[in-house]
Write a protein that binds this ligand. Sequence first.
Ligand SMILES: [Zn+2]
Ligand SMILES: [Zn+2]
Length: 360
Amino acid sequence: MAKKPLLEFTDKGIYCDKGRFYIDPWKPVDDAVITHAHADHAYFGHKHYLAHHLSREVLYYRLGDIQLQTVEYGETVVKNGVSISLFPAGHVIGSAQIRVEYQGEVWVVSGDYKTEDDGISTPFEPVKCHHFISECTFGMPVYQWKPQVQIFDEVNNWWRNNANNGVATVIVGYSLGKAQRILQNLDLSIGTVYTHGVIENTNEALRRNGVILNPTERITLDTPKEEVRNGIIIAPPSSVGTPWMRKFQPYSFGYCSGWMAIRGAKRRRAADRGFILSDHADWDGLVSAIDATGCEKVYLTHGYTATFTRYLNEIGFDAHEVHTLYGDDEALESVPSEEPVADSSLSFGEGRGEGEGVNS
Ligand SMILES: [Zn+2]
Ligand SMILES: [Zn+2]
């Protein structure tokens, strides 16, 4: 009889039968190991959670009073004889790859990851394994990121220009990960950093967790608009096109996402500026990360799985496409699917947004 694989793909998530636990399950289970606190990986309703300790406060904030055990990177937890340890994924603060070992066989689940050091998330660390389960959100050769220092030069120049012209600056990125990465790389000599409530709630959760972030000021009804004009506002995707955002007019609106690499994405989002900044690995990052594991088999969970799997098989990997419910945390959900709206900072899409806690 064929041996049951150590990890298998089920309709509830990635399952370890030997250890009787799931990794990032999307249906309620007894025992869940969580790679990171984004909504498509950390679902509500599990009896017990295991995650990195830097995910603790954000998980409590998003999921409420859950039963949560947290660990450091490299620390081992044993469940029914199966060893579990977490390693940095470099995706967002607290994000981890999950290493699972039983009788010398090692599997690693990447969760979401990026190979560039963003200066705020613990940098990605390749982990040797026999089987590697990888995302491939940007698994197409067209996705090649520039070093973030170059992107933030563009961001800071844009902000400085706006401030000199009396135009408010609104920069949009999801609330866990992108927002803090932006915050830590802004040139604070230009002005004050203001935050939308959704972003500030996440910042506060991280600060409770001991993360040192640059100072921010939460925007309230009392915040004087004139002051805000010299500063920069960090806002979540769900705020795009809402009256909340419109009250800062005149403003320039910039969007930070890997999808800004696609022609037309900025225009469809009605953004004045599109900054190609992603918390996922680009093409080279994916290929080098997979190669560095020395794995015998690689499974691709979400992104351009078909194309990327084909490519990996062509260059000699044993690659397999698998079906999961992991989404795309950089998705431009609120981009209207119709034709581009007028190229003006005053025209906005529906602003349906992804709502608090969902893929933000
Ligand atoms: Zn994510
Ligand atoms: Zn994801």
